[in-house]
Design a protein around this ligand. Structure first.
Ligand code: AMP
Length: 565
């Protein structure tokens, strides 16, 4: 297989696509083809079979859909003979997504597409099929039903696509796929896409594809500016502390939308109940739900009335939530492929995604297997401490007040309160009391106890430079007060910008005469960091850091106002 990457030179105009398709792509805001599109579209337009390794998020749907649409436009529709193309997908959700994509790309060419899946009344599908469609996107089971009824004629098929073939095999569709393909015309184009290439996929390809062009796109080599950025981390926690640890991570991370993966249905139910009890808006998704219930759950997640989806792997297959920011593994997935697949749901389109894994000490071996398979270290982090949580809540209060000071034009009517109290108290004390009230109205605090820090069972695990982080006491060990002779500086960049202790040491040592050894305790919160420097150098550091970059960004640097903690 050839590994390909984008040089950014090939545009859609170079791909010999019909003007109607190009217009649709422009309207969708696609500026240039992704690597898989650059590689796959030309051979597909020439009619070759293709074996593609690419995960969701690489643009693979358009990679096969555009040539399908183009062939329909150029070679005419399969009049009266049923659809010209059949796309087989593992889940109903994916069937809908792919159909929507085909519809969007093919609107101007009048391409008719129909999703066909189990759980939907078959009558409607029959009517649509009878009226005539060009592309059918189906789950294998329902496709077979229709083939058996004679309602899905295969005689006019020119292209068949097996999308997410590894998932289809995992779901036990191998035989269904075999019998569908055996019913198809010999003279056809067959396209197989799979995120992974286990030997079962290889043999499937040998059986059904003829001299395929092979294309492989690594997730690590996506389109320029589209690099998936996934911040991965793992936490070692005892079983009894897991729910509390999860709650804490959710508080500190405040995900916009997250999927929490559990191994079993019972766990999904229990955990979503626990989370709802703690005030999160969590929805359970597992195989025990009816299709209507699943639809409702997905609707709530998409509509933003739920923030968290607690799901089993199977139930979450094919689900694509546009704005998903966090994937959380409540247990370590038992296969590295499943880990890769789960976390591939975030970090799309250049947005940063976060993948968090909770592991019991005995599960550390599985983490290692994942690291070996992905070739990336998954850093072990410490569960946020009570102090971290407090700092986070204070930061939220500060941010809310800041916003109010900047934007609220209605502050004047409170002046009388401050002024009358100001006769009796210092205005600073009045402000402090007001902040306290605002802070406390922000919500109750759970888990005011530390969660014990556990070591992985496998002690020879390489902790890398995290050992150094720990000495500096950043996460979870908030220094009570500033060390003697030191001053704490506030730096307006934190964990959410990917700042690590070594970045701060590097930035300060690079801009000032201080060396790493002169720098004291470092704390990194979500949006800011606190760094101890020798008192006599504090002003120099502040001056030198003005305009300097921390992690490629300008960050505010000043003395921390409250040095008493
Ligand atoms: P997929 O891997 O097919 O699930 O596509 C992932 C996302 O990328 C979808 O939201 C597509 O709409 C989007 N996409 C596909 N191709 C392009 C492109 N050339 N430029 C920008 N976005 C794209």
């Amino acid at each position: 297989m050839t590994t390909t990457s984008s040089d950014g030179q090939v545009g859609f105009a170079d791909l010999d696509l019909a003007p109607e398709i190009q217009r649709a792509l422009t309207a969708l805001g696609y500026e240039e083809p992704t690597p898989i599109q650059q590689e796959a579209i030309p051979p597909l337009l020439e009619g070759n079979d293709l074996l593609g390794q690419a995960a969701t998020g690489t643009g693979k749907t358009a990679a096969f859909a555009l040539p399908v649409i183009q062939r329909i436009a150029r070679e005419g529709k399969g009049k009266g003979k049923g659809p010209s193309a059949l796309v087989l997908v593992p889940t109903r959700e994916l069937a809908i997504q792919v159909s929507e994509a085909v519809h969007r790309y093919g609107t101007d060419l009048g391409v008719r597409v129909l999703p066909v899946y189990g759980g939907q009344p078959i009558g409607r599908q029959l009517r649509e099929l009878q009226r005539g469609v060009d592309v059918v996107v189906a789950t294998p089971g329902r496709a077979l039903d229709h083939i058996a009824r004679g309602t899905l004629p295969l005689g006019g098929l020119r292209t068949v696509v097996l999308d997410e073939a590894d998932e289809m095999l995992d779901m036990g569709f191998a035989e269904d796929i075999d019998s569908i393909l055996e019913n198809m015309p010999e003279e056809r184009q067959t396209v197989l896409f799979s995120a992974t290439m286990p030997s079962r996929i290889d043999s499937m390809a040998r059986k059904h594809l003829s001299d395929p062009v092979r294309v492989r796109i690594e997730r690590e080599a996506p389109a320029p500016g589209e690099a998936p950025r996934i911040r991965e981390s793992a936490y070692i926690v005892g079983r009894s502390q897991k729910a509390a640890a999860l709650g804490r991570l959710l508080d500190v991370e405040s995900p916009d939308a997250a999927i929490v993966f559990c191994r079993t249905r019972d766990q999904v139910d229990q955990l979503s109940e626990t989370l709802n009890g703690r005030g999160y808006r969590a929805e359970a998704l597992h195989g025990g739900l009816s299709q209507e219930q699943r639809d409702r759950v997905m609707g709530r997640l998409r509509g933003g009335t739920a923030d968290l989806l607690v799901a089993t792997d199977v139930a979450a297959r094919g689900i694509d939530v546009e704005h998903l920011t966090h994937v959380i593994n409540y247990d370590v997935p038992s296969a590295p492929e499943s880990y890769v697949h789960r976390i591939g749901r975030v970090g799309r389109a250049g947005r940063e995604g976060v993948a968090i894994t909770l592991a019991e000490p005995r599960e550390s071996r599985m983490l290692k297997a994942i690291e070996r398979a992905t070739g990336r270290k998954v850093p072990l982090e410490k569960v946020p401490s009570v102090a971290d949580l407090r700092a986070r809540r204070l930061e939220l209060t500060r941010a809310a007040l800041y916003e109010s000071l900047l934007e609220d034009e209605d502050l004047e009517r409170f002046r009388v309160v401050v002024e009358t109290l100001g006769d009796e108290f210092d205005v600073m004390d009045v402000a402090l009391a007001a902040v306290k009230l605002a802070h406390e109205s922000g919500g109750a605090a759970f888990d005011e106890e530390e969660i014990p820090e556990l070591a992985p069972r496998d002690r020879d695990r390489d902790r890398g430079d995290r050992g150094r982080d720990r000495d500096r006491g950043p996460r979870g060990r908030r220094p009570q007060r500033t060390s003697p002779g030191m001053t704490r500086l506030f730096i307006g960049a934190g964990r959410s910008s990917g700042v690590r202790p070594q970045d701060l040491v590097g930035a300060i040592a690079g801009e000032t005469r201080l060396s790493g050894r002169d720098i004291g305790a470092i704390e990194i919160a979500d949006r800011f960091s606190l760094v101890e420097v020798p008192e006599e150098s504090a002003d120099d550091v502040v001056r030198a850091m003005r305009g300097a970059n921390v992690k490629g960004r300008r960050a505010q640097v000043r003395r921390e106002r409250d040095q008493s903690r």
